[in-house]
Design a protein around this ligand. Structure first.
Ligand code: FAD
Length: 311
């Protein structure tokens, strides 16, 4: 075994069993805006299922080129209006001037939304390099600085434990994260990853570079390796070989796939917990069951039940 493998094995041994976890975690959930009525029903049923877990916030993504602008806004505003949860709106710099983006941010503020996930976004034509819109924000750090001038938003930004594909080297990516935090972001949320060691190394490098904000791991419960492979191809995340083996033969067994998926994600969270992580962000893909099951394993319980138990 190599030194990193040994380190990881040791960390795994140190990890408490699920039943020993203190439930002292803060969780957040990410959704995407629905495209039709059926998807809207699924989304809202998921939101209502996860709501009792008392997430720190729930966020809603923004489509490439602002393609989901109205739907993102409507979903975020409804969460803010109709639930006790704090809603966070993802916002990108793609194909919009600073004035247009500022106008969207002002609308959020007026709707009571106090949290923005500030992103650069990607080129609307897949496979072509990103180009700053004339008169637009240049990158996420620039957007964070712009938002800071508008309102005292809580701001989250993206981080990449396996390096962003446009970054020439790890250090340049960490420097970029530091610029975003220095511009006024409150926390980073990571792209998904499957090895705890990948996260720990990244966090160590970020801390060494002076990043003092929380780096919240983004957890993607895998329901289909093919789907995750597609996501990973776009964002530079790697998929370990064991993932294929674990899902082999489960194509016609969706319930078994869910159990396997929850086990992998919960095991990752348990190891992260052993390494000091207390905040987790779940990419729900608008389905509640997996995130709910993983939170349960981690000791996160519906608030009313947890309060009654404590009493
Ligand atoms: P930036 O932080 O601006 O970085 C982009 C690249 O440019 C990096 O490689 C960085 O190192 C480099 N760079 C930036 N500034 C400099 C500089 N001054 N010098 C040198 N290099 C520089 N996309 C969506 O379209 N909608 C969403 O809702 C969405 N939500 C996301 C949520 C999370 C948690 C994450 C992790 C990603 C999300 N994305 C979303 C994807 C994101 O938009 C893409 O990964 C995009 O390619 C980069 O966005 P960023 O905010 O990380 O960009």
């Amino acid at each position: 075994l190599s030194v990193p493998q040994l380190e990881e094995a040791r960390r795994a041994l140190d990890a408490p069993l699920f039943a020993d976890l203190a439930g002292d975690m803060a969780v957040s959930f990410e959704f995407f805006p629905p495209k039709n009525e059926k998807m809207e029903e699924t989304l809202w049923s998921s939101i209502r299922t996860l709501e009792p877990l008392g997430p720190r916030f729930v966020s809603v993504t923004y489509g490439a080129g602002g393609s989901t602008r109205e739907r993102t806004h409507a979903t975020v505003a409804r969460i803010q209006r109709e639930t006790p949860m704090a809603a966070a709106a993802h916002l990108t710099c793609v194909e919009a001037t600073r004035e247009e983006i500022d106008a969207v941010a002002n609308e959020y503020w007026a709707a009571g939304v106090r949290h923005i996930v500030a992103l650069r976004g990607d080129s609307p034509t897949p496979g072509t390099p990103y180009a700053t819109h004339p008169g637009g924000y240049e990158n996420a750090a620039d957007l964070v600085a712009g938002l800071r001038k508008l309102h005292p938003f809580e701001i989250s930004v993206a981080a990449y434990p396996e390096r962003h594909p446009d970054s020439p080297c790890d250090q340049s990516d960490i420097d970029n994260l530091k610029r975003k935090i220095d511009a006024g972001a409150n926390r980073a949320i990571t792209q998904f990853f499957f090895s705890p060691e990948t996260y720990f190394r990244f966090r160590d490098r970020a801390v060494a570079a002076g990043v003092d904000a929380e780096i919240v791991p983004g957890i993607l419960p895998v329901m289909s390796v093919a789907q995750v492979r597609k996501f990973a191809g776009q964002c530079g995340a790697s998929i370990p070989d064991w993932m294929d083996r674990l899902f082999e033969g489960l194509d016609d067994h969706p319930a078994a796939r869910q159990l396997v998926s929850a086990t992998i994600a919960a095991e990752l969270c348990r190891k992260l917990y052993a390494g000091g992580v207390r905040e987790f962000h779940f990419y729900t893909l608008n389905r509640a069951e997996l995130a709910y099951a993983i939170c349960h394993l981690l000791g996160v319980r519906p608030k009313a039940v947890a309060q009654a138990e404590a009493a």
